[in-house]
Structures are given as structure tokens and as C-alpha cells.
Design a protein. Structure first.
Length: 317
């Protein structure tokens, strides 16, 4: 669903109010449902970043990147799958809005961003600088099909919490197009882990249902008989009596798997280890880089820790 534009829309959601630019009736209907999933989470973070996906009836997806501060959620709706630059862009807009009480600069900036075009090819980048304070971020073209995307190390850090063996078991279930349900009461963690597993499938593309953050009113969808990768509140699912006998349940809060008794998942074949080894090495490298980022001293380390709290929770979708 990429048409070359940086953003499809920007939205600001308050408790009982939603502003979308440019105005879109479908977004005004869909966004409150998914944003409510974060508001109702037991782990209500004062500030966090996460993402979710909106899929239309043709299977095309839009990704919504959310920066939540208190009761206000700032959303970027786009066809791009680039976590850190889009979260940085949202953070810049929030800072610009806070510094510019008259909104004299914010409105032109929003209009400009919604009309901006992405660079046409991989290897080139669009650099965005928001005056007068010099807030900036840089976005490139999406990686072509069949190429591992340059996603954030923090996404893989979320997966590494499961341990390599369990992470590979989930990866194998997705390759077999099984139903996989991620559980956590931390919405950012759900989004980061779901996006990390999707990235690990490259050069393959997940064509099943993809709902990183499942709203409570749609909880019964976890019984769907089709392949899916969904994320849901652990407290919500545990309080219900859904039939998950064919679903691989991944409890991120407890770092464990609940294997489907009615549809056992076969282990990875031994002759496929040569294919798995590069995946393991890449996962270990990315997890190590994320640990170094969080442990970095000084101002940079402080910034890294903030990013870990958000994108360990980031995002799409």
C-alpha cells in the first residue's frame, strides 16, 4: 500500500476527542478502537511508544505509530515500516507543539509532512528538519521484497527475552502458518515483539492476519481458525475461556510458551540448521547491540534507556 508519500495522515487523540489531518472517516472510526487497547491496559504507562496495523479488505496494510503522553496520543499513519525515524518524527512534533503555543508553526509543519514524498530508491534518504529548534529525523525507502529490513535492535531485544530456543520455536510456527498469540499487559512490548517476528521472516512475507494489539471488544478473534499473529492483554485473555487448543500462546510477561495440544508444532528439521544459523547469529547480534544501547553511560545512555522503555515497546503494525 505504498504510494510514495511519507504519511497518510497525522492524528491527535484525547480522551473524548480525535483530530485527523487530512480528515478521514475510516480513520476516525478505526483509531479509537485500537488506541483504547493501550488506555485500558493494566500497565498504563504515562509515556510510551507502540505501533499497530490497519488491514483493508484487499490485505493491504497501513501502520500507525503512536506516541502516548498522559491521556494524549499522537499518531502517524503511514505505509512505511520504519520504527525509530517515525517515533522521532512524532516526538519532534510534540516538542514543537509544546514550544509553539500559538500553533503558528505546527499547522504548516503537519501539512508539509502529509504531502512529503519518500526517496524513490534504497540508499537515498529524506531528511526532515522542523524549525525553529532544528528537530530532525531521517527516513529512507522501504527495503525491497526479499531483503532483510533494517529494523531496530530494540525489536529483537523484545524477542530475546524469550530465549533463543523459544524464539526459534515461535519463528518456526509462523513459517508453518500456524496461529500465534502473544500475551502481555504491556502494549509497547506486544507491538515490539510482533514487529520483530515479522521482520525475522524476511525474505518471506507474512500474509496471515496481523494484529499486534488486539482491542478488548475483538478478543473473541483469538479463536479464529486461520493463521494469525496477534497480541492481546494477558489479563483479558486469562479471564476468558477461549478455545486456544490449536494456538501457540506466547506469554511475554512470564517468558514461556503454551504449546497447542490439538495441533503440535513439529521441531525444526536438523538439515535446516544451516538456514537457521544466520538467523540465530543476527538475533544474538541485535540483542547484544540493544543491551549496549541501554547500558551506554552519559546523556546518550539516558536517551537509549528512554527508547528502550518506549520501543521495547515500539511497533505498526
Amino acid at each position: 500500500m505504498s504510494d510514495g508519500f511519507l504519511l497518510r495522515a497525522l492524528a491527535v487523540a484525547e480522551v473524548d476527542d480525535l483530530f485527523v489531518y487530512p480528515d478521514s472517516a475510516p480513520l476516525r472510526k478505526q483509531l479509537p478502537l485500537f488506541l483504547g487497547a493501550a488506555v485500558s491496559s493494566q500497565n498504563s504507562l504515562a509515556c510510551c511508544c507502540y505501533s499497530f496495523a490497519l488491514t483493508d479488505d484487499t490485505g493491504s496494510r497501513l501502520y500507525v505509530y503512536v506516541l502516548k503522553e498522559g491521556t494524549t496520543s499522537f499518531c502517524a499513519v503511514t505505509a512505511q515500516e520504519q520504527q525509530t525515524p517515525l517515533f522521532a518524527l512524532l516526538a519532534s512534533l510534540v516538542q514543537l507543539a509544546a514550544a509553539d503555543a500559538s500553533a503558528g508553526l505546527l499547522q504548516p509543519a503537519v501539512q508539509l509532512l502529509c504531502g512529503a514524498l519518500l526517496p524513490p530508491s534504497v540508499g537515498t534518504a529524506l531528511r526532515i528538519v522542523l524549525p525553529p529548534f532544528g528537530y530532525q529525523c531521517q527516513l529512507g525507502a522501504n527495503a525491497p521484497a526479499g531483503q532483510l529490513p533494517a529494523v531496530d535492535e530494540l525489536l529483537f531485544d523484545a524477542i530475546s527475552a524469550l530465549g533463543l530456543s523459544q524464539a526459534l520455536e515461535v519463528w518456526g510456527a509462523l513459517l508453518l502458518e500456524r496461529a500465534v498469540l502473544l500475551l502481555s499487559d504491556c502494549v509497547p512490548l506486544l507491538a515490539a515483539t510482533a514487529n520483530g517476528f515479522i521482520a525475522l521472516l524476511a525474505p518471506l512475507r507474512w500474509e496471515g492476519t496481523f494484529v499486534p494489539v488486539l482491542p478488548a471488544p475483538l478478543a473473541a478473534y483469538v479463536e479464529a481458525p486461520t493463521p494469525y499473529l496477534m497480541g492481546a492483554s494477558r489479563s483479558l485473555i486469562d479471564a476468558q475461556h477461549f478455545d486456544l487448543s490449536t494456538v501457540l500462546v506466547v506469554d511475554l510477561d512470564r517468558c514461556c510458551l503454551r504449546r497447542p495440544p490439538a495441533a503440535p508444532i513439529p521441531p525444526l528439521p536438523l538439515d535446516g540448521l544451516s538456514f537457521v544459523e544466520p538467523i540465530c547469529a543476527d538475533l544474538a547480534r541485535r540483542a547484544s547491540a540493544a543491551m549496549c544501547l541501554r547500558a551506554a553511560p552519559g546523556p546518550a545512555g539516558a536517551g537509549g534507556a528512554g527508547a528502550a522503555g518506549g520501543a521495547g515497546g515500539g511497533g505498526g503494525g
